[in-house]
Design a protein around this ligand. Structure first.
Ligand code: F6P
Length: 333
């Protein structure tokens, strides 16, 4: 393959996130602007195995910037984990004449991108890959921000504000579980934005007396009659475990709400649309500059990229400042 790329594939893989469509749009429009053809691979890596594709042009991505979900569908592919599945995927890349792939998703998506680029290299094929971080969990080590996080937090906040109304009427304690897999970014941000009584995250071992019961007691002593406890799904025992401990130790009437997949849907916020647009633009530029095995990242206000191996090895803790603010405002010393 010469330096100039002619045709690329774009796919979304893993859990969907609001803003994925905006990223697909930016990839397609940037590629078309550079005279590069764009093929949408449907259903993530599974679609590459089964040759499930659609040709995209500038018009095919009209009016999707404001849509949740992903027009390309998504999947978590078991078959892609083994050599035979990846061989089939390489077959599709050869058949379609792909010079590069933009893979939009989380860590699992980037592992898939690395695996296919290795396999392509073994087969003597020059297939460039670039990843774009999109997951509501915001748990990609190399990037301060992942597409979908802001929209998911806003959806959770809207639901929690509604819950607060009924909790207040009944003078109850609401225990709300938010998504995040093994990370507490959603819980922490949502907790701060909702003025939660307590916030529990998997990154910190829970001391029930100090982190939950005392904040509730202090809140009650200051005149509150309803309470809001936010629990990240990765916390041991989950929301039901936390609610039981609260009832046992405070005799409060608790209600559990698991927000679940509602957090993954809905209109992407401006923050997600803009991040997705910059990242899509950046990904195509990386490919056309001849780069491969990169993950686009946001560092502060800058968009940059990391080597995919480095990116996969990086971890990201909770933002220390937000954590300190949350602890101070919930009165935990
Ligand atoms: O990674 C995004 C996420 O929504 C996590 O927060 C959650 O643990 C998981 O995906 C749920 O996955 P699924 O949609 O396969 O149930």
């Amino acid at each position: 393959m010469g330096d100039r790329i002619k045709r690329i594939g774009v796919l979304t893989s893993g859990g969907d996130a609001p803003g994925m469509n905006a990223a697909v749009r930016a990839v397609v429009r940037t590629a078309v602007g550079q005279g590069i053809e764009c093929i949408g691979i449907r259903r993530g890596w599974s679609g590459l195995i089964s040759s499930d594709f659609v040709q995209l042009d500038g018009n095919s991505v009209s009016r999707i910037i404001n849509k949740g979900g992903t027009m390309l569908y998504t999947a978590r592919s078991e078959e892609f984990m083994d050599h035979t599945g990846r061989e089939k995927a390489i077959g599709t890349c050869k058949l379609l004449g792909l010079d590069g792939i933009v893979a939009i998703g989380g860590d699992g998506t980037f592992r898939g991108a690395l695996a296919i680029s290795r396999q392509a290299a073994k087969d003597g094929m020059d297939l460039r890959v670039v990843g774009i971080p999109a997951t509501i969990d915001n748990d990609i080590g190399c990037s301060h921000y992942t597409i979908g996080f802001d929209s998911a937090c806003n959806t959770a906040i809207e639901c929690i504000d509604k819950l607060r109304d009924t909790m207040q009427s009944h003078e109850r304690c609401s225990v709300v579980e938010v998504m995040g897999r093994h990370a507490g970014h959603v819980a922490l941000n949502v907790g701060v934005a909702c003025g939660a009584t307590a916030v529990l995250v998997p990154e910190q071992e829970v001391d029930y007396e100090k982190d939950v019961v005392e904040p509730i007691r202090r809140s009650r002593l200051s005149g509150q009659t309803h309470f809001m406890v936010i629990v990240a799904e990765g916390v041991e025992g989950g929301a039901y475990g936390v609610a039981k401990r609260i009832t046992d130790e405070t005799a409060l009437d608790t209600r559990v709400t698991i927000l679940g997949h509602v957090q993954r849907g809905g209109t992407p916020t401006s923050r997600d649309r803009i991040a997705a647009t910059y990242m899509g633009y950046e990904a195509v530029h990386l490919l056309s500059e001849g780069q491969s095995c990169r993950v686009v990242a946001k560092q502060g206000n800058e968009y940059t990229s990391f080597d995919i191996h480095e990116a996969l090895a990086m971890t990201k803790g909770l933002d220390p400042q937000t954590y300190t603010v949350m602890r101070t405002l919930t009165g935990v010393q």
